[in-house]
Ligand binder design. Structure first.
Ligand SMILES: [Zn+2]
Length: 228
C-alpha cells in the first residue's frame, strides 16, 4: 500500500491518499475542513482512481470537507458507527470554532463500520480498530505495515480527551488495544510526523502504563540518571 500525506486547512490536519499498488485503487482518508484537499488531489497526475472515502472520526478538521470531496468523487464513504452522533454535529462545530462559513451539510455516509470490520481496497485488506476516547467512535485503519490512527496517538502525544463527547477512561483502554497490534507498524497520525508503535511504546510520555505492561524500558532520555 502506498501512502501519500496531504496536510491541509487551518488545523493542519494530515489527510491521506492510500493506494493499493496491485490495482491502483485509492482511498482518501479524512478530509480537512476546506477545499484544499480537493484541489491538491485534483492536481495529481495521473489522476488517482479514488474508489472510497474513509473517515477516522467526526471532528471538523477530519470530516468537515466531506461534501466538497463527494462533489468530485461520488464514492462509498465509511464512518465508524459510534461516531455518528458527533458527525451529525459538524455544522455546529463550525459555529463553535468561530467559523460559521463551515456550517455546511454533513455529506453522505454509506457504511457505518464497527470494530473488526474489513474494508477491501483492491487487493489490500484494511482492518478497522475502534479506538474511542478522543471521540465516541474514533477508529484506525491498518494493513500489515501501516496504520492510520486519526487523533488516537501522535508522535510523543495522544489525542485530547477534554472535548465534549471525549472519554479519558475509554482512551486508556483504546491505547492498550492499539499496542496489541504488531509494534513494527508505521503510524500515520492526524497531526504531526509519522512514527511507529515501537517508537511510541519506548518514548511517548502518555503510554508509560503500557511500557510497564509490555516490559519495555523507557527511552534513555527519560530514564532517571543517578546523581542528577
Ligand atoms: Zn479530533
Amino acid at each position: 500500500m502506498r501512502i501519500q500525506t496531504f496536510t491541509v486547512g487551518g488545523f493542519q490536519v494530515n489527510t491521506y491518499l492510500i493506494t493499493d499498488e496491485a490495482t491502483g485503487e485509492s482511498a482518501i482518508v479524512d478530509t480537512g475542513e476546506t477545499k484544499e484537499l480537493v484541489d491538491k488531489l485534483s492536481a495529481l497526475e495521473p489522476a488517482p482512481n479514488v474508489t472510497k472515502i474513509l473517515l477516522t472520526h467526526g471532528h471538523i478538521d477530519h470530516a468537515g470537507a466531506l461534501p466538497l470531496l463527494q462533489e468530485k468523487w461520488d464514492v462509498p464513504t465509511y464512518l465508524p458507527k459510534a461516531e455518528r452522533p458527533l458527525f451529525d454535529t459538524l455544522p455546529m462545530q463550525g459555529r463553535m470554532f468561530g467559523m460559521p462559513h463551515l456550517d455546511r451539510p454533513c455529506g453522505r455516509i454509506d457504511h457505518e463500520i464497527e470494530d473488526g470490520a474489513e474494508v477491501q481496497l483492491g487487493e489490500t485488506t484494511l482492518r478497522f480498530l475502534a479506538t474511542p476516547g478522543h471521540t465516541p467512535g474514533q477508529g484506525c485503519y491498518y494493513d500489515d505495515n501501516d496504520i492510520i490512527v486519526g487523533d488516537t496517538i501522535f508522535a510523543g502525544s495522544i489525542g485530547r480527551t477534554d472535548f465534549p463527547m471525549s472519554d479519558p477512561s475509554l482512551m486508556v483502554e483504546s491505547l492498550r488495544r492499539l499496542f496489541e497490534l504488531p509494534h513494527h507498524l508505521r503510524v500515520h497520525s492526524g497531526h504531526g510526523p509519522m512514527t511507529t508503535l515501537a517508537d511510541e511504546l519506548r518514548a511517548n510520555p502518555f503510554v508509560g502504563y503500557l511500557r510497564k505492561e509490555h516490559g519495555v524500558p523507557a527511552a534513555p532520555s527519560i530514564q532517571w540518571a543517578p546523581g542528577t
